[in-house]
Design a protein around this ligand. Structure first.
Ligand code: THU
Length: 160
């Protein structure tokens, strides 16, 4: 038996203003997207903004449904839109912000497992890492250079 140790590295910023201007702008786009969330059931609003290599920003928010599992997270709404509409564009970065309606959300909220798997697919597809920035409604921001820090033992097409 041998033990396998997996390390993940993140950068933690106290304030969005400590990040480069284009990332601040991207996170502000995520705030705008968050305001467009349709979340009458969870009252948990999430916004995601994707920066493509040509500079275009694609926004998505969580869209819920009375049949709960039919809803979709913000990150997948955004990344599937980017994949469907900008087929030849690589994704540089994704910024995510979450805000609960009934309490303050001050800790960085990472994407859920299904969204990690979806983002991972696009990293593999484009052969290039996607930087992930995530935060609550305000306060500190976490950054990872690649989705792989968030999802060890990633399932990819090479197994098929
Ligand atoms: N949600 C997201 O949009 N992204 C995540 O990564 C986690 C959860 C949404 C789904 C649902 O509409 C609400 O947040 C509560 O789970």
């Amino acid at each position: 038996m041998k033990k396998i140790k997996i390390e993940s590295e993140f950068e933690a910023y106290d304030d969005l203003k400590d990040l480069p201007q284009d990332i601040q702008d991207l996170m502000h786009a995520a705030f705008e997207a968050r305001d467009a969330a349709y979340a009458p059931y969870s009252k948990f609003h999430v916004g995601a903004a994707i920066q493509l290599e040509n500079g275009i920003v694609v926004k998505g928010s969580n869209q819920e449904n009375a049949a709960y599992p039919s809803g979709l997270c913000a990150e997948r709404t955004a990344i599937y839109y980017a994949g469907a509409n900008y087929t030849d564009q690589k994704i540089n970065a994704i910024a995510i912000s979450a805000k609960a309606q009934n309490k303050e959300t001050l800790t960085p909220i990472a994407p859920c497992g299904a969204c990690r798997q979806a983002i991972a697919e696009y990293e593999v597809k484009q052969g290039q890492s996607i930087a992930i920035y995530f935060m609550g409604e305000r306060g500190s921001v976490f950054k990872s250079d690649s989705l792989s820090n968030l999802l060890p033992f990633i399932f990819t097409q090479e197994y098929l």
